[in-house]
Design a protein around this ligand. Structure first.
Ligand code: PEP
Length: 261
């Protein structure tokens, strides 16, 4: 069966409010065309403040909006946090959780991430769970131990069968920390073995769930085609290259057409 690819742009804090709106306004028609013509699933992840205008702008299109984070609490005295229920009310499709920049700068733990995963499912939002090892863990051969620790909480939640998932995809984005924003990507053979291992782990625990796997870390048009052909890779989580529409367009087109951009 042909793969249907997913492309998530994580704009992080690269743009301010006006810049996001400008970017979207300038490239609106071409974005919609990409999502229609190439049947690509395109998911945009702006910061919280741009979520509402973007949900409105894209409401009649196939382009979906993702939050970059959420609170691990349902409600209460948690100053500065954003609750999952509000994201759901606004029409947010998916939520990034466990991004390495939040694990690192906000000391986020696997337990907190599992609580966010649980809440997103409760409110009908599709989780995009980011996992990935540090350079140190990679060098010391600890990759699979780290990934298993990061996956075990969410896997238990899915495997318990207690959540109403109704066939909705559950995305796992493998993003080695040492590849994010560095211009360095793992070798194809490293990626093949990591994705096969992740696939095996999650499907053993919950064979009937709709698991989807993304690769993230310095994705650009010259590496995307080869990575997209790896078994089990369903698409990309894209940071820096998503701030330049032409680059993003090349990634989407070349991946889908299977020829270098
Ligand atoms: C990311 O932050 O999720 C990411 C993949 O960034 P970049 O593409 O810039 O490496």
């Amino acid at each position: 069966m042909e793969k249907r690819y997913t492309f998530v742009i994580n704009w992080k804090m690269f743009f301010d409010f006006n810049e996001v709106i400008d970017f979207v306004s300038k490239n609106l028609d071409r974005m919609i065309e990409l999502s229609n013509l190439f049947d690509a699933e395109i998911i945009l992840s702006p910061s919280f403040l741009e979520i509402y205008p973007l949900v409105k702008i894209f409401s009649k299109t196939k382009i979906k909006i993702c939050a970059q984070n959420c609170s691990d609490h349902i409600k209460g005295p948690f100053t500065g946090q954003v609750c999952v229920k509000s994201l759901s009310t606004l029409g947010v499709y998916s939520g990034l959780i466990g991004h390495s920049e939040i694990r690192r700068y906000k000391s986020e733990t696997n337990e907190m991430i599992a609580r966010k995963f649980d809440l997103l499912l409760d409110f009908g939002i599709t989780p995009i769970l980011c996992i990935g090892e540090s350079e140190k863990d990679n060098k010391s051969g600890d990759v699979f131990r780290v990934l298993e620790d990061q996956l075990s909480g969410p896997i238990k939640i899915v495997a318990s069968g207690e959540k109403k998932i109704n066939g909705r995809p559950i995305y796992v984005a493998y993003e080695p920390e040492w590849s994010i924003g560095t211009g360095v990507t793992p070798s194809l053979s490293q990626l093949e073995s990591v994705f096969a291992w992740i696939n095996n782990l999650v499907r053993r625990a919950s064979p009937n769930s709709n698991w989807k796997f993304l690769y993230g870390g310095s994705v650009n048009p010259s590496v995307s085609v080869e990575i997209s052909k790896i078994r089990f890779v369903n698409g990309f989580l894209i940071g820096r290259a998503g701030t330049n529409f032409e680059e993003f367009e090349k990634i989407v087109k070349s991946t889908i057409l299977g020829v270098d951009g």
